[in-house]
Design a protein around this ligand. Structure first.
Ligand code: ZN
Length: 268
């Protein structure tokens, strides 16, 4: 199961040796999604890595250039450094939306890690959904900040940078909501969670929430949703590091709970 990772010399130079080694290492995701066509690339298939520079012609000089590495089938896009405007990026991403998954299939090959937990203080806890996507890898910006395509895309859509988990961030952009469907009344009953976005971005995953997540979500009518890339694999340290590094974005999202046991009084 050895896969060849195609990198043009200028791409390898931008990614750096550490990142290249990580992409070839044992803990990188076996299956990735082709950025161009949206179809998954299996562990045995070759991938091409390109660096995408998102250049906003309206931005002030020196601001607004974001780079990220993307992975594709070599036939869809050979390894290169590609410059796109935010408008072109949005069009390509809309075209590359993967075909709808059939039924339960999605759970087996989840392209994200998801935790339904709580954060805040003992006096004021709040419900928190952590979404960690296994897709983009990060590259350096000229200024030295590490950003990734996902974070910058969410920030430009109106989500908030997450600098602490002690307090919930502001509301997410309008049109987002969370649906949680469960069959059993227990507070930690497993269920299926869907994050519905304003432009059709839709994440569905099976999850067993932490015991207080659902009662708090019911009491407030919202949950905080945090998006990031590859930050849950290392446990709590990975989460803290990602918060400190400014790699996470989030917002409060209205939540609908669909299942038994949501009418009883909240014990807190
Ligand atoms: Zn492809």
């Amino acid at each position: 199961m050895t896969r060849t990772i195609h990198t043009a010399p200028e791409v390898a130079e931008l990614l750096g040796t550490e990142q290249l080694a990580r992409m070839r290492g044992p803990d990188r995701p076996a299956r990735v999604q082709c950025w161009k066509c949206g179809v998954r690339i299996d562990a045995a298939e070759d991938v091409a890595v390109s660096v995408l520079r998102v250049v906003d012609p309206a931005a002030k000089p020196g601001v607004g250039t974001v780079s990220a590495a993307v992975q594709t089938h070599p036939a869809c896009l050979p390894s290169l450094v590609l410059e796109v405007t935010p408008a072109q990026l949005a069009r390509i991403q809309a075209a590359a939306r993967p075909p709808a998954d059939e039924g339960q299939d999605h759970d087996d090959e989840a392209d994200l890690d998801l935790l339904a937990t709580i954060a805040g203080s003992a006096e004021r806890p709040y419900p928190l959904l952590l979404l960690s996507y296994r897709s983009d890898v990060t590259v350096e910006r000229p200024a030295g900040d590490r950003v990734d395509l996902l974070t910058s895309t969410y920030l430009s859509a109106g989500w908030h940078p997450v600098t602490t988990l002690a307090e919930p961030p502001g509301p997410a952009p309008a049109g987002h909501r969370v649906l949680f469907h469960h069959e059993l009344p227990d507070h930690d009953a497993p269920g299926v969670l869907a994050v519905i976005g304003s432009h059709g971005v839709d994440t569905t995953a099976a999850v067993t929430p932490q015991e207080l997540w659902r009662p708090l979500a019911r009491a407030y009518g919202w949950t905080v949703v945090v998006h990031g890339t590859n930050y849950l694999a290392d446990g709590p340290e990975g989460l803290e590091r990602a918060v400190r590094s400014g790699l996470l974005v989030g917002g409060r999202v209205p939540v609908d709970l669909d299942g038994p046991g949501n009418d009883e009084a909240v014990r807190r």
